[in-house]
Each structure stands twice: as C-alpha cells, then as structure tokens.
Ligand binder design. Structure first.
Ligand SMILES: Cc1cc2nc3c(=O)[nH]c(=O)nc-3n(C[C@H](O)[C@H](O)[C@H](O)COP(=O)(O)OP(=O)(O)OC[C@H]3O[C@@H](n4cnc5c(N)ncnc54)[C@H](O)[C@@H]3O)c2cc1C
Length: 301
C-alpha cells in the first residue's frame, strides 16, 4: 500500500465525521471520498471533493429552480441528447478534486491538460521520498516496430533482468547523491530546489487536480484510450470507474458516444454509403490516404 499509517489514519478520521448538507450528494461518490485507490507501484488517486451529480447537469440544462424532473428516464434522455450534440456547458457544472500521486514522467503528460487547476507538492520546500516507479516485468517492453510512439513485445530473460537492475540502481544512486548533497552534516548542504535536479523522471510527485466534468471527459477520452501510454492510462481507467459511480448517467452517455463511438469523416461516410449500395470500394477509389484507410478498415473492415 502506498500510504503511511499516519496518512491512512488521517483518511479514516476524515471519513469518520460525516456532516448533513443541502448540497447535491452522489452516493456512489460518497463511498469513494478520501479513499486512496492504488495505481502503479507507489501511486494513487483519491477524491478529495466534488460538486454536483447527474441531476445538476439536467438542472443546468433546464436552468431550473429545484431538483428538476423526478423521472430518471427523462434525465437520461436529456443527458444523452446533450452528449450527442456536444452541448457541453451543462457538464461543466459538475466539478471534482483529486489528490494524485504519480511518477514525474506521467505528470509531464498529464499537465498538458490545461483546463484543470493544479497544485503540486513542492520539492523546493520539502524533501522528496525515495519512491521510484519500476515497471512490473510484464510492462517492461521493447520499442514498437510499427508505432514510433509505442511499445511492442515484452522484454525477456537476461535483457529484462539487466534493464530492471539499471532502473533500480540508477534511481537508488541518484537518490543517495540527492541526500548527500542536501545533508548539513559537516557541510552547508545544497538547497532543496537545486539538489532535486539530478533525480530521475520516475520519481513520484503528488498534486491536487481539480477539473470540471466536461474537461475531465476530454482527459479520459484521450488518456484512457489504447493509444495513451500504459502508465497514464491506468490512472485514467481508475478515474473512469470513479466517474461512473459519481455520475452514472453522464458516464454511460460518455462511454457510449465518446469512448465507444467513432468519428467518421465525410469520405468515410461516403464509403459506407457506397458499400451499402453494393459497391466494392478500395483505398484507391475511396479518396482516403493509406493511413486513413488503415484506420477506417480497423473499425469497419
Ligand atoms: C496519444 C497522445 C500522444 C501525444 N503526443 C504528444 C507529443 O508527441 N508531443 C506533444 O507535445 N504533445 C503530445 N500529446 C499531448 C496533446 O497534443 C495535448 O496537448 C494533450 O492531449 C492535451 O489536450 P488538450 O489541449 O485538448 O487539453 P486541454 O489543455 O485540457 O484543453 C482542452 C481544450 O480546451 C481548448 N484549449 C485549452 N487551452 C487552449 C489554448 N491555450 N488555446 C486554444 N484552445 C485551448 C482546446 O479546445 C482543447 O482541446 C499527446 C497526447 C496524446 C493523448
């Protein structure tokens, strides 16, 4: 478990003191509040706070005074309509604040999502823990031969053992030197803001990350996708489960239209129409490039 006993006691304390509220409450999300869900070897995702639920989306769409309609089927239909027609602002009425512990190289990908509010653990102020992401053997893979931005077969045997050993020993040595530079034992001790610069990108950092549901869906669409790097994808997949419990109707619409659906170009649509009419369309007669055709056939072939 990535949490210290003190951190676990703080979480237990926070969960032990419920208070009544007039705010919208999602029972599914209440069950997750504060709890740390482990990700990778030392990481986690915790929900710190949230605002709104499925009915908040419906209320905002209708600009209603109270809880809006009591009929779940009406709410579901409206939410699906909003999702289908990219009427996105009602989804921005829901917000969520996460506490995430993640390797620095994952944080670099994550921070590209600019529509969130972030506050990161300060390595100028505090000393980082000796915690490094070391991939499980099944995730230690070779460079992909077909995708420049991906990985291929799992490394095996002596090579796998050597790589793991290099990752561990380099991280350990860098951290030993970090501590040696910080030390004030018989020396001045280098400033924390400078000593951190020799630490590798697989060291863990932490942040609070607050985002609205519309932009969270955008993040999840990109990062829970098979094209995303495994190490960020596992965070996104876990967050998908949390969001499904928080706003089940909105998540189901998102899973259907965004995660499970596909975008079709005008050319792709025309190929489908021609095929339905009985024509044998090829890449050469489709008007699509080879890459486009490969992706199209991957879905409809
Ligand atoms: C599989 C994958 C591979 C990637 N590879 C690379 C790579 O090789 N190199 C690289 O640099 N990045 C890469 N990225 C990052 C990618 O280009 C985006 O920066 C990242 O996914 C964030 O997307 P976003 O800008 O849509 O999200 P957000 O920053 O959350 O923005 C959401 C939306 O808000 C709007 N928006 C936000 N800020 C602005 C702004 N300043 N101006 C205009 N519109 C704005 C846009 O409509 C945007 O889509 C990759 C991402 C993925 C998922």
């Amino acid at each position: 478990m990535p949490l210290t006993p003190e951190a676990q006691a703080e979480i237990a304390d926070a969960r032990a003191t419920p208070r009544p509220t007039l705010r919208a409450v999602s029972e599914g999300m209440e069950a997750h509040l504060y709890t740390a869900h482990p990700v990778l070897d030392h990481g986690f995702v915790r929900v710190i706070d949230y605002m709104g639920d499925d009915s908040a989306i419906v209320q905002a769409a209708r600009v209603s005074y109270g809880a809006g309609t009591k009929h779940v089927s009406n709410d579901e239909g409206l939410i699906r309509y909003l999702m289908r027609h990219w009427h996105s602002t009602p989804f921005e009425m829901c917000e969520v604040k996460f506490h995430v512990k993640l390797p620095v190289f994952v944080a670099r990908q994550w921070i590209r999502h600019r529509t969130a509010n972030v506050n990161e653990y300060s390595a100028r102020y505090s000393i980082l823990d000796r915690e490094f992401y070391i991939p499980a053997p099944e995730n230690l893979a070779a460079q992909s031969t077909v995708n420049n931005q991906g990985r291929g077969a799992v490394l095996e045997g002596e090579e796998a053992a050597r790589v793991l050993e290099l990752l561990k020993s380099d991280a350990g040595r860098a951290y030993d030197n970090y501590e040696a530079m910080l030390s004030q034992d018989g020396q001045q001790g280098l400033a924390r803001e400078l000593a951190r610069m020799n630490l590798p990108a697989n060291i863990y950092t932490q942040w609070y990350w607050k985002v609205d549901l519309h932009n969270l869906f955008h993040f999840l669409r990109l990062r829970a996708d098979a094209h995303a790097q495994y190490e960020i994808r596992v965070y996104a997949e876990l967050m998908c489960k949390l969001v499904a419990d928080w706003v089940p109707l909105a998540y189901a619409a998102f899973a259907d239209y965004r995660m499970g659906g596909v975008n079709l170009s005008a050319k792709g649509l025309e190929v489908i129409r021609r095929r339905l009419a009985g024509e044998d369309v090829t890449q050469e007669t489709s008007g699509m490039s080879k890459g486009e055709w490969r992706e199209f056939e991957g879905v409809f072939g």
